[in-house]
Ligand binder design. Structure first.
Ligand SMILES: Cc1cc2nc3c(=O)[nH]c(=O)nc-3n(C[C@H](O)[C@H](O)[C@H](O)COP(=O)(O)OP(=O)(O)OC[C@H]3O[C@@H](n4cnc5c(N)ncnc54)[C@H](O)[C@@H]3O)c2cc1C
Length: 567
């Protein structure tokens, strides 16, 4: 094979950002005549990464039985999608109707405009809204299941319910645009006894089983794509991937599973296991050259597990506790950049600081290090995280008085809370809360200016007493005066180890919103290259609410597949 490289990687500032568990990507190789090269394998469509985006792309592309699809994954498939809450943001669905909820594509698009801002074109948001109800029957044909009951409660994750208000639908600002509707659709468990578990596994298990059952899809697990190959005209015509032989693959599987295990994480063994898995990949994987006839779909996840890349691309968010898998190392984005793909929103991490549960916290106030209020406390947790990291150096506290604190303590005993919610809430109240008889003393204890905190609380109380609208447009139901000592401040910064701010990256490759093709810096499509899920800028890249990333994975996976089928 020729050794010429495109040189495009030099334009991507994070191309060489590596960590102990990342997979290095090489500069793209240029060949004069793809057909004259020696290849080990051939396919029509190469899917790089089998989380929800890649799995959706592969299954959708394979609906054309004349196409051969090679789906590759660093692990066994599933990625962050399999560890997730399994919540998809959808509107006008059968499940909503069954739960007595009225909603429509138009109503959902009107609300989403509030979250997608100017990043995504209104036509694209509307196309997503029009399609989203059909995701459920499609996912169900591949074995996932959806249904009620509906939760009316304000929660970050509804333990025993499967349809809920997962975003900012009920805030005053959103109500001006659209009728609130619950749109967070959580995957039902295969075993009804597992109702309180995270549902990502329930979503991905049947989809991956469906994928492996298709005669025209080949899944290559324990395989990493590390280089793209382009022809003289810049079309992506192949890839170099590294596959583990059966013996090392078994060891790799064990170590990758341990790297994701909750108990191993707590005991510190998970990080060691992940590093050992990476060493096996570096030392024992074998090169396989793949000729790709129609196109490559990059769907290899985000980069939150590459701390070097986070520090350089999104420096405000270094305190975020990354969640997902070591596959989120940015390698998919680097592959796109290696052939000139542009990127956007690389500085955005969706950082989740939920003030509910305990639901009563939203009635207090969230303040920053200058003692001033920072956010509408009832908004979705990513809005609070954004306020903490973007404008307050990663710092913040929630302030309540005695009656509110008593109610917070009650909320924390809710038997419906998931075990991780119980753990983090208990830690927040026992380890990261300070109390003082006066606001001045409280300010001293947490190190914020006392006069500013007193003025903030006074203004908050006065506006409630005078019947004025809240300065941050919080609804009246979530406003209670803070006036009866002792007063309490709970640390909501990135620092509490047992109540961290977790997050995932939202930036990625820029794509043509109609075709999903990766665009170069001049806005021109790179032939033969598509991106989906968190490898691409998507519906959730401006602002994420629960369910919008997974829904975008299906949307963008379908989009890439439809473009490939049409070629
Ligand atoms: C705990 C948790 C809860 C969440 N809850 C929700 C939720 O309820 N709703 C929601 O919308 N979002 C949620 N998210 C976010 C959401 O899960 C992710 O943004 C989404 O799953 C990303 O999907 P993806 O297909 O782009 O990537 P992933 O699911 O991460 O899949 C990428 C795959 O690519 C593979 N890969 C990586 N590099 C390579 C390479 N070079 N070669 C081959 N394979 C490679 C990886 O092994 C991985 O399997 C949650 C995330 C977490 C971690």
């Amino acid at each position: 094979m020729s050794q010429d490289v495109t040189g495009a990687a030099a334009d991507f500032p994070y191309f060489n950002d590596e960590c102990s568990t990342s997979i290095p990507v090489s500069e793209a190789r240029k060949v004069d005549d793809a057909d004259a090269e020696a290849w080990d394998e051939t396919c029509d469509v190469l899917v790089v990464g089998c989380g929800l985006a890649g799995t959706s792309a592969a299954l959708r592309a394979a609906e054309d039985s004349t196409l051969s699809v090679l789906a590759v994954d660093r692990g066994e498939g599933g990625g962050a999608s399999a560890l997730s809450g399994g919540v998809l943001y959808l509107g006008g669905t059968r499940v909503q109707k069954e739960c007595g909820v009225e909603d429509s594509a138009e109503n959902m698009a009107a609300y989403l405009a509030h979250e997608t801002g100017t990043l995504i074109r209104p036509e694209t948001v509307r196309r997503f809204a029009d399609q989203s109800a059909s995701f459920i029957p499609w996912l169900e044909t591949h074995g996932a299941r959806f249904g009620g009951p509906l939760s009316e409660a304000k929660t970050s994750y509804p333990g025993t319910k499967f349809l809920y208000y997962s975003g900012n639908e009920k805030t005053l600002a959103a109500r001006k645009l659209a009728t609130p509707a619950p749109r967070g659709h959580r995957t039902l468990p295969a075993n009804p006894a597992d109702v309180t578990a995270m549902s990502g596994g329930e979503l991905m298990r049947p989809l991956l089983a469906s994928l492996t059952s298709k005669p025209n899809i080949r899944l290559s697990p324990h395989t990493t794509v590390r280089r793209l190959v382009v022809d003289g005209e810049g079309r992506v015509v192949g890839a170099e991937m590294w596959r583990l032989p059966a013996g090392p693959a078994r060891k790799h599987r064990f170590l990758m599973r341990m790297g994701r295990n909750m108990m191993a994480t707590i005991l510190g063994a998970a990080a060691r296991a992940s590093r050992a898995a990476t060493r096996i990949e570096h030392e024992q994987a074998r090169l396989v050259r793949v000729r790709v006839r129609r196109g490559v779909v990059l769907s290899a996840g985000g980069f939150i597990f590459n701390p070097t890349m986070v520090a350089n691309a999104a420096p405000k968010y270094v305190g975020v506790a990354g969640i997902g898998t070591i596959g989120d190392d940015g390698s998919g984005i680097k592959l796109g950049a290696s052939v000139g793909g542009g990127t956007d929103r690389m500085n955005i991490v969706s950082a989740w600081r939920f003030l509910y549960p305990p639901a009563t916290w939203v009635k207090g106030i969230a303040i920053g290090p200058d003692g001033r209020r920072i956010v509408n406390e009832e908004e979705y947790g990513a809005r609070t995280g954004e306020a903490v990291f973007e404008r307050n150096q990663g710092l913040g506290w929630v302030i309540v008085d005695r009656p509110l604190q008593e109610s917070v303590e009650q909320d924390a005993k809710d038997p419906e809370l998931l075990s991780f919610q119980k753990l983090t809430t208990k830690a927040a109240l026992r380890l990261y809360t300070k109390a003082a008889p006066t606001l001045e003393r409280l300010a001293e204890k947490i190190g914020v200016p006392a006069d500013a905190l007193v003025a903030t609380v006074d203004a908050y109380n006065r506006s409630i007493r005078d019947g004025e609208p809240d300065a941050f447009a919080k609804s009246d139901a979530s406003r209670k005066p803070i006036e009866t000592g002792p007063f309490f401040a709970t640390d909501i910064s990135w620092k509490p180890k047992l109540n961290p701010i977790s997050g995932v990256t939202m930036g990625g490759l820029t794509v043509n919103e109609e075709t999903g093709a990766v665009l170069n810096a001049d806005g021109r499509e790179i032939a033969g290259l598509y991106a989906a899920g968190r490898n691409a800028v998507g519906l959730c890249s401006n602002f994420y609410v629960s369910g919008l990333s997974l829904a975008d994975c299906v949307f963008s996976g379908w989009r890439a597949a439809e473009s490939l089928k049409a070629r």
